[in-house]
Design a protein around this ligand. Structure first.
Ligand SMILES: [Zn+2]
Length: 84
């Protein structure tokens, strides 16, 4: 499992960027924040931070219906995974 660099969710199926090369995204959509690597960033030009700030501002809604939010989900704790 891999870490989402936008929201800190740590159950991505794939590395967000192929070989950590930020020019090639995995096209996976984060179940938590809904960011799609290689599309929102590279095609739409939205920075990870800008997306994160907007997502949090709008109430940090869980994105995926097929991967429901964990019962013990804690946004503040999760964000500590990425904000140092
Ligand atoms: Zn995410």
């Amino acid at each position: 499992m891999y870490l989402c660099p936008v929201c800190g969710y740590d159950e991505l199926d794939e590395l967000p960027y192929v070989n950590n090369d930020v020019t090639t995204g995995s096209f996976e959509i984060c179940s938590c924040c809904g960011f799609q690597f290689g599309v929102d960033d590279l095609d739409n030009g939205i920075s990870l931070k800008k997306y994160r700030d907007k997502w949090v501002d709008e109430g940090a809604k869980w994105y995926s219906d097929s991967s429901p939010k964990p019962k013990d989900w804690n946004l503040e704790k999760q964000l500590l995974n990425i904000i140092t």
